[in-house]
Write a protein that binds this ligand. Structure first.
Ligand SMILES: O=C(O)CCC(=O)C(=O)O
Ligand SMILES: [Fe+2]
Length: 194
């Protein structure tokens, strides 16, 4: 099977659909929904405190605190599900991860705005392993310099998306609201924090 880069230049994004079987994906969607310590967190944008339009959670190796816009986050310890998912991605990709940011999109009204995962603590060309369960949602890319240059792909139940090379330097990504989506979606981005 030949997997093609979704980006036309300046980065590498590879999609593996059905990375997890339907059976494992169904089980994981159910148990992660129930067991992860989901929280709706506030963010401060231009001096105004607003709630994020989704639930989040941060898990990782002990002692791997993460400073993000002035706030230091302490991750929860890996759960059995997260270790299972992490090890499957590590074995397949050859990369190792020490933390994971989890997102819970309750329905199509939840979203994540345009951003790059380019915090200093992720290093220069971060490799991010992103798995999705539940509702299908479109993942949008827009080139940072040439914002007319766009790509989108559907992230399906049990899929793995690998983002690497200079992707986080040159491309913004987002999950836009989708009025027609009624069910929930979980996304987990595995990262290495230095
Ligand atoms: O939900 C997704 O697929 C992406 C989430 C994301 O971009 C992030 O957590 O940085
Ligand atoms: Fe992101």
């Amino acid at each position: 099977m030949k997997i093609e880069n979704i980006l036309p230049l300046d980065g590498e994004v590879l999609l593996y659909t059905d990375f997890f079987s339907k059976k494992d994906s169904d089980k994981l969607m159910f148990s992660l929904t129930k067991d992860i310590r989901w929280k709706q967190e506030p963010v401060t944008i231009m001096g105004k405190k607003i709630m994020q339009p989704r639930l989040t959670a941060w898990y990782g190796d002990e002692g791997k605190a993460y400073t993000y816009t002035g706030i230091t986050m302490h991750p929860f310890s890996w759960t059995e599900d997260l270790i299972f998912i992490k090890e499957k991605i590590e074995k397949f990709s050859g990369y190792k991860f020490n933390s994971a940011l989890l997102n819970f999109y309750r329905n199509g009204s939840d979203s994540v705005g345009w951003h790059r995962d380019n915090e200093k603590s992720l290093g220069t060309n971060p490799v991010i392993g992103s798995v999705s369960f539940g509702a299908d949602r479109y993942f949008h890319f827009k080139h940072f310099k040439d914002q007319k240059l766009k790509r989108k792909i559907l992230l399906t139940h049990g899929s793995l998306l690998l983002m690497k090379g200079s992707t986080q330097h040159w491309w913004l990504h987002s999950i836009q609201k989708e009025a027609t989506v009624a069910s929930s979606r979980i996304n987990i981005t595995f990262r290495t924090i230095f």
